[in-house]
Unconditional design. Sequence first.
Length: 256
Amino acid sequence: MIIKTNYNEKEYQCDLMKPLDISIPLGQVKCFYSTDFETRPYVSGDFIGSVKAGAPVNFFDVQLNPHGNGTHTECLGHITLEQESVNQKLKQFHFIAKVVSVAISKLDNGDEVISQEGLQNACTDILPEAIIIRTQPNNATKLTADYSGTNPPYLERAAMEFLVNQGVKHLLLDLPSVDREEDDGKLQAHHIFWNVGDRVAKDDSRKDCTITELIFVPDTIEDGLYLLNIQIPSIELDAAPSKPVLYLLKEILKQE
């Protein structure tokens, strides 16, 4: 199923029958010492909600922490007093997106970061409204890592300011957070991205913008332009488990 779209005065097409899933299933990764993802049959009296246990159907309860158990998409409600919901803020689900590979830099204190210089080197063209950052080195350990207590890489302040100044509204990356694991609650990059004050959304806060963390972009997916579909369940929380899916965009060359 081929569809066509326009971007930056050029025409592209993509095949909706060739999706590229960049989500990590819930429970495969963990961060911030979160509660473990768990599923278990519902039990009521003699009823056990499992076909293996003799029930006519599988009827399971689920325990999860969206931020700590896998790929998730969050809104500014993650850092505001008001309980903003990603289900209310994310009303569009398809975006032109660019995949970029960015080498991790090391600071003098030993922290590893996505730097402004690294981003600028990877983003030589005008950025669309969504950007997908694949950090380098890239390996399959990102699919099963427990990041808790490891001080994983994060975005330095100038890097986030660069993305905001470029007009990026939807940021996706293969890290647990855009901020340092322990930063005394500053969450500087989050505040810059959403333009939020001290736990309060301002009139000019970027309320329709989202951050998607803990994705995985295999090396088989090349840097370039894609159609991005962000799928989330209808749950009224600041964040929700999500399934970002890419479709390769191919430019339609005009015939002379």
